[in-house]
Design a protein around this ligand. Structure first.
Ligand code: FES
Length: 161
C-alpha cells in the first residue's frame, strides 16, 4: 500500500496511544483516508494485519461509519451542509450550483476528475448558513453566486497545475 512516510510514522505513533492495539482502528482509518482519499480493500487488509484483527472486523467499521469512503474521490472535495439552517437558507440550491458548474452529481467524481461534491450534516457554523467545506476550508454564506465564484476559483487553480 502506498502510504506517505509521514502517514506510516503517524500510524505507528497513534497505536501507542491505546492500551489495546485494536482500539486504534478508527484513528488508523482516518489517517489512511486523509492520505489516499478513500479506504480500499487493500487498506482494510493492511489495517487488520497491523492491528492483529480479521479483515472482516475492519470492514465492519468502514461500512458502519458514513464518513469512510470506499471509492476514490476527485482532487477537491466539496462538502455542502444539508442540515436545517443550511437547508432553509438554500443549501440545496448551493449544491445544485456546484453540480452544474462541474457537470457532475453528488457522490460522483466530476468528468475532469477535479471534484467530488457531497452533502454532509451540520458543520457547526449554522449562524452563517449555507455553509460549505472545500477540502479543509470552511466557506460561509455560500449562496448560488458565491458557489459559482468558488467553482471558478477551483477551475482556475486546476489550470495552474
Ligand atoms: S446547519 Fe449547516 S452548519 Fe449547522
Amino acid at each position: 500500500m502506498n502510504l506517505k512516510p509521514a502517514t506510516l510514522s503517524r500510524i505507528d505513533e497513534l497505536i501507542t496511544h491505546y492500551p489495546v492495539k485494536r482500539s486504534a482502528v478508527l484513528m488508523l482509518l482516518h489517517a489512511i483516508q486523509e492520505d489516499v482519499g478513500f479506504i480500499s480493500n487493500e487498506s482494510i487488509e493492511w489495517v487488520a494485519a497491523k492491528l492483529e484483527l480479521q479483515p472482516i472486523n475492519v470492514y465492519e467499521v468502514v461500512t458502519f461509519y458514513p464518513m469512510f469512503r470506499q471509492k476514490p474521490i476527485g482532487r477537491r472535495h466539496i462538502k455542502v451542509c444539508r442540515t436545517l439552517s443550511c437547508a432553509l437558507l438554500g443549501g440545496y440550491k448551493t449544491c445544485a450550483t456546484f453540480e452544474k458548474e462541474f457537470n457532475t452529481h453528488r457522490g460522483e467524481v466530476s468528468p475532469d476528475g477535479e471534484v467530488t461534491i457531497e452533502f454532509v450534516e451540520c458543520l457547526a457554523s449554522c449562524g452563517t448558513a449555507p455553509v460549505v467545506m472545500i477540502d479543509d476550508d470552511l466557506h460561509e454564506n455560500v449562496d448560488c453566486a458565491k458557489a459559482k465564484k468558488l467553482s471558478e476559483q477551483i477551475k482556475a487553480e486546476a489550470k495552474q497545475r
